[in-house]
Ligand binder design. Structure first.
Ligand SMILES: [Fe+2]
Ligand SMILES: [Fe+2]
Length: 319
């Protein structure tokens, strides 16, 4: 990494993590990873020392950061924490560089629904066959003429955590959902990250003027907010989670809902894109890791509840 590299003054801090120690550093930070397109991360050493590795064209370089030091990490820079002193503490800030602000959903995520294999089914037997044939790492966009929620919940329960679903629409007795099979058991926070990707992908379609994708966006966002506001956040707060973070996120949910109704207005659309992009990032990088720490095994039961939540009941409630 070039040590003089810094973000533009137009940066916006999305959040700052809690203080990490060698006992509770998120595993993500110990593996190679990189801030995404318009994101800067700042490592802030609060006490002790940590060694950080940078991966660039010249190979791996190690740098020791001491108490009081901060270091910017530019978008796309591959880095990881190599060593943390026993009594060292550090925090990680995530900043958005508004000089290159999001003008569209992230391309990788935006294509998720467009690229999914699409299957139309009319019977439970066809669903069972589809799920049987779905290989690890594969996804299918299932359009059914009947409500397969109950069958899907049972299949998920039998899959030892490898199957998940993102219901998108329930109307006229039918159901549409993205179903996925993973190679490893999926936990709640991985699922919520996948759900963010589904929402961003529906948004990409909605912005192209696709009315069905707009409906999927409304439905999947409504369900996601119910998961967070009625299941995840109350459990996190009961486990002494950070109430300021939860207040801030719920406040952003309100703004998202407001701008969603006016996506045809360019100013509202830009605001919605900026908000959603920063919001998802803040949750995935800063808040969700703290939720894992506070809730531990409690996440397993919550994930079961989330997999039981369809979309019809959410839409009926928010209508
Ligand atoms: Fe959220
Ligand atoms: Fe979220």
């Amino acid at each position: 990494m070039n040590p003089v590299l810094e973000p533009s003054p137009q940066r916006r801090q999305l959040g700052r993590s809690r203080s990490y120690t060698c006992d509770d550093v998120p595993p993500r930070l110990l593996n190679w990873h990189a801030p995404r397109a318009n994101r800067w991360e700042r490592l802030c050493v609060e006490s002790g020392e940590l060694a950080v590795e940078w991966l660039d064209a010249d190979g791996v370089r190690t740098e020791v950061l001491a108490n009081g030091m901060t270091r910017w990490v530019a978008p796309g820079t591959r880095w990881r924490i190599d060593r943390i002193e026993a009594h060292a503490r550090f925090a990680l800030e995530v900043h958005a560089d508004d000089a290159t602000a999001a003008a569209a959903p992230l391309p990788l995520r935006a294509a998720l629904l467009d690229e999914a294999h699409c299957v139309t089914i009319d019977t439970a037997a066809e669903l069972a066959q589809l799920l049987d044939e779905l290989s690890a790492g594969a996804r299918a966009l299932v359009r059914a003429s009947f409500d397969f929620s109950a069958a899907m919940r049972e299949a998920i329960a039998r899959s030892t955590g490898r199957l998940c679903w993102h219901p998108l629409a329930a109307d006229g007795g039918g159901l549409t959902a993205l179903v996925a099979r993973a190679g490893q058991p999926i936990d709640l926070l991985e699922y919520l990250g996948r759900d963010h990707a589904v929402i961003e992908s529906a948004l990409a379609g909605a912005l192209r003027g696709d009315a069905e994708r707009m409906q999927w966006l409304r439905n999947s966002l409504a369900r996601h907010l119910v998961i967070e506001e009625e299941m995840l956040f109350p459990a996190y707060l009961a486990a002494a989670g950070n109430p300021g973070w939860v207040r801030g996120l719920c406040n952003e949910h309100q703004h998202l809902k407001r701008h969603l109704d006016h996506l045809d207005d360019p100013a509202s659309q830009r605001r919605f894109l900026l908000l959603l992009d920063g919001h998802d990032e803040k949750e995935e990088q800063i808040v969700y890791p703290d939720i894992v720490l506070r809730l531990g095994n409690g996440l397993v039961g919550l994930y079961r509840q989330v997999m039981d939540l369809g979309v019809g009941e959410v839409v009926a409630k928010t209508a």
